[in-house]
Ligand binder design. Structure first.
Ligand code: ZN
Length: 213
């Protein structure tokens, strides 16, 4: 029984994509942080044990000693066949393919949904640097939950500067922080920048105008 080759199978090669910028993994089409439970479940789903009942798997991943993007996969499959308990050990190789996740794709293509326009009554290089630092330190803690909390471009202006930020939410957070820190005022306006072909939803770019002393 144990030698029966068709009773339980797994592809000899498995492949997952990994983002080369943030390290997230694409599992079943969704980009997410590496999570052993999720990866093990994904491997489990690749096991074909249709002729067995009550199938359980234990998945062991070992990094390949020489190949950085390979894991040796050992799967212990146990289940029931004709009322008796059987166990098999399967082997496979998991290849990690480099890619770039959707969020990072937007960041690297200079896409942005929010502009923070800082206008100051008296512009000095020191003040500009200070505000830039404040925007960066406002965005940094947000990046854990929102990888789009990133400035893709700084544009100098006669009375201040503009920060192009990938996510609208992060742009708002930066604008609120700067207007509070400097006791300034903030106003917001929107502009249609396109249509999402998949959802038919319109896309807006928000501009936050922050005036500080
Ligand atoms: Zn990424």
């Amino acid at each position: 029984m144990k030698d029966h080759p068709s009773l339980v199978k797994v592809p000899s090669k498995l492949e997952l994509e990994k983002c080369k910028r943030c390290g997230k993994l694409r599992v079943n089409g969704v980009w997410r942080e590496w999570d052993d439970l999720v990866v093990n479940k994904w491997v489990h789903d690749k096991v074909n044990a249709k002729s067995m009942n009550d199938v359980h798997t234990q998945v062991y991943l070992t990094p390949h000693p020489k190949e950085e993007k390979e894991f040796r996969v050992k799967i212990v499959v146990s289940g029931e066949v004709e009322h008796s308990r059987v166990e098999f050990v399967l082997h496979s190789t998991l290849f990690i393919r480099s890619n770039i996740c959707n969020d990072d794709m937007l960041i690297t293509s200079d896409y942005y949904e929010g502009i923070v326009q800082i206008r100051m009554s008296e512009k000095t290089p020191e003040k500009i640097r200070k505000v830039q630092d404040e925007i960066v330190s406002t965005l940094n803690p947000l990046q854990k939950l929102d990888s789009k909390a990133v400035v893709v471009n700084w544009v100098g202006q006669e009375f201040g500067m503009d920060a192009w930020i990938v996510s609208k939410k992060a742009a708002k957070a930066a604008a609120v922080a700067i207007s509070r820190l400097h006791h300034g005022t903030m106003s917001v306006s929107g502009k249609l920048i396109g249509l999402d072909v998949h959802t038919s939803k319109t896309k807006n770019r928000l501009t936050f105008l922050v005036r500080i002393p």
